[in-house]
Design a protein around this ligand. Sequence first.
Ligand SMILES: *Cc1c(COP(=O)(O)O)cnc(C)c1O
Length: 440
Amino acid sequence: MAQHDPRRAIPRTDDLMRLPEVLEATQRLSIAAVKARVRAAQDRARTGEITPDAVADELIRTLEERGASLTPVLNATGIVVHTNLGRAPLSPAAQQAVEDASGYVDVEMDLDSGRRSKRGVGARQALLDACPAAEDALVVNNGAGALVLATTAFAFQREVVISRGEFVEIGAGFRLSDLMTSTGAVLREVGTTNRTHREDYAQAIGEQTGCVLKVHPSNFRVSGFTSGVGISELRTVAETAGVPLIVDVGSGLLHHDPALPEEPDLTSALEAGADLVIASGDKLLGGPQAGLLLGRAEIIQKLAKHPLARAVRCDKLTLAALEATLTAAQPPVQQYLHADPDHLRVRAERLAHHVTQAGYRGISVVPHDGRVGGGGAPGVPLPGWAVALPEMVAGALRTGSPAVVGRVHDGACLIDLRCIPEHDDDRLATAVIAALGGHP
Ligand SMILES: *Cc1c(COP(=O)(O)O)cnc(C)c1O
C-alpha cells in the first residue's frame, strides 16, 4: 500500500533546489529563506492541501512573494498614533535620514580629527533646540527604557514615591509599576485611585526616598471626585526631601497644544519644576521609537553613566530619524492631528464620488471623530469625516494591495482619510473599488 501513498511523490528538496527558478532566487534570498519555502511547499502537499505535482509551481510562486513580512498599510482608522500600525509614521526627512545612516556613518567619529567622538550629538542638540527649558538630554531605546533607567539610577533599593492614581498598564499587559520594581526600585504608593493630596506625598518622604515620580495616565481617564498634585507643588515636596522630581509625560509633546488641552508637554513640565522629564519618541512627537530624557544637567550625566544606559542604548537609525524629525517641517503625526475637518470632508466626498462612479450605490460620507490613540489624549475626539462602506469589505481591504485598514463600527467599514497622505488618495480609491469588486 505504501507505494500508492501519493505523499511519496512529493519532490525531494535536492531536486527542488536545482530548479532554475530556485537557483535564480538564491541570488536574492538567503539559503535559509529559500529552504524554508521549500519545506512549506512540501508540507502543503503532505497535508493534502496541494497535489505533489503542484509543489514546484507553489514553491516558485512563494519565491516571488515579497521577502518582508511587514506590509505597508494605509491607515484609514482615523487613529493618529495607532499602536498596532507602528505608531508614528516617519516624515520624509526622517525616512531619508534613516536611509543615509543605514550604511557606515560617523556616529562615533569626528571626521576632522579622525578620533572617536560622542554618540548622538546631533540628536541631543536638536532636542535641546526644540526644548530650551532643558539643560541636557539623553536618548534611549524607548519610553519604558527611559523610565527604568531613571528609577533604577535614583531609587535602586530605595523608594519611588508615586500616586495610586498613576499606576498605568501600557500595551500588551505590561505595567509600568512592574517595570520599575523589576530592576530593584521599591514603590511607595500614596493616595487613592481618584484622589491624592500633597500631604500624602509629604508623609511618605523619608530616609528611603529615592525620587518622586509623576506619571501621566496617558491611556485612561478618571473623572468625577478626583484630585491630584501638580508639578509645582511636588517640586517643593521633592526639594524638601532633597530628591529629584521625575515626570513621565508619555506622549512627547514638546510644547502645549491647544488642540489637546489636557495633554502634558515636556516644556511645561520642566518649567513647572520637574528635574527630569521622560517621553516616547514615536507618539505625539511623531518620530522614531525612542525614549527621551530631558532635564537638569547633573541628572542627565548621572543617567548617561549608569551601566543600564548601555542596555537601553538606541541605534544610529533612531538617532538619525529623531534629529531629522526635530529639525524638519511638521511630521505627519502633527499634520494629521491638526487636519482641517472641512478639507477632510472634501477628500472623503471625492473618494465617495470615485466609488459611486465605478458603479457602487449607497456610499455615504458621515461625520467621524478621529483619535490621538496609543498613549496620548485619551477620550479627546478629533472631528472629521469618513466614507461608510459595507462592513464586509473590511477584510478584502486589509489583504488588498495596498493594504487598507479601516474602522469597523456599527455595521460599517469607515474610511477616515485623516491619517492618509493626500498623495495616496488615488491609490486608496483604487484599493476601495478593488475590494468592493468582490462584493457587488
Ligand atoms: C507610552 C508610555 C510609556 C512607554 O513608552 P514606550 O515608548 O512605549 O516604551 C511610558 N509611560 C507613559 C506615561 C506612556 O504613555
